[in-house]
Write a protein that binds this ligand. Structure first.
Ligand code: 8X3
Length: 253
């Protein structure tokens, strides 16, 4: 059967590595795109590189009023969003919790959780009204498997996974789908952001491995999004073959 192609896709964090990979994949499928991010020039450059009608919205997802105004400004011909990809998110810091920067904690919760929930809340009523739609949330293996220095980042992704599953409970019978995509190690600017520009530290994360790529994650996202409407992927957990859950630690004296 031909894949089910979403007509209009909104991607938050569109100028990041994941967002850009998603934008390219859905453009290749012929979807029309709403691209959101903080940087107007980067958004425009991405939009110009794509061969489909696009609408760009520049705002910071941590600014609720700006997000509400941006969503309210979506023109009528882009308003019937079929797929919302809540992709904007980040990790900051990897010090032990007792040494963490509390501003980092606040930014992670505001971006990964609060903004994701509010964005969903703004887009969801229209989907329910139309009896169709799909929300794909970018969670992480970090939401399931804790690791040292993960603290608020891991917890923020557990929120994303559980929010996604809980949405399914509320949306039962509405025709609106929800998917939590949970990648492990993917080589992107994720680590450069986490380590605040320390390129050496960031490169070490991926050294001597074959990590997943943003395109690999886009593969999972487009798979879930193009399945026929009766088929809901609740969770997709993906890792590079070189990575495995191997968690529990014991302190011995
Ligand atoms: C990214 C994966 O392992 O760096 O969410 O937390 S990890």
């Amino acid at each position: 059967a031909p894949p089910h192609i979403p007509g209009i896709v909104l991607i938050s964090g569109a100028t990041g590595d994941f967002g850009t990979a998603f934008a390219r994949r859905f453009a290749a499928l012929g979807s029309r795109l709403i691209l959101t991010g903080r940087n107007t020039e980067k958004l425009k450059a991405l939009a110009d590189s794509l061969d489909v009608p696009t609408h760009t919205l520049a705002f910071d997802v941590r600014d609720r009023k700006a997000m509400e105004a941006a969503v309210a400004s979506i023109p009528a011909d882009f308003a019937e969003i079929d797929l919302l990809i809540n992709n904007a998110g980040l990790a900051l810091g990897m010090e032990p919790a007792q040494k963490a920067n509390l501003d980092d904690w606040e930014i992670m919760v505001d971006t990964n959780d609060k903004a994701l929930a509010i964005m969903t809340g703004l887009i969801l009523p229209g989907m329910v009204e139309r009896g169709r739609g799909h929300i794909i949330n970018l969670s992480s293996t970090a939401g399931s498997y804790p690791y040292p220095g993960g603290h608020v980042y891991c917890a923020s992704k557990a929120f994303v996974t559980q929010f996604s599953l809980s949405l399914r409970a509320d949306l039962l019978g509405t025709g609106v789908r929800v998917t939590s995509v949970e990648p492990g190690m993917v080589e992107t600017s994720f680590s450069l952001v986490r380590f605040k520009g320390d390129a050496e530290k960031a490169a070490k994360v991926y050294a001597d491995t074959t990590p997943l790529t943003a395109e690999d994650v886009a593969e999972s996202v487009t798979w879930a999004a193009t399945l026929p409407p009766h088929f809901n992927v609740n969770r997709v957990e993906i890792m590079p073959t070189v990575q495995a859950p191997a968690g529990l630690a014991v302190h011995r004296f």
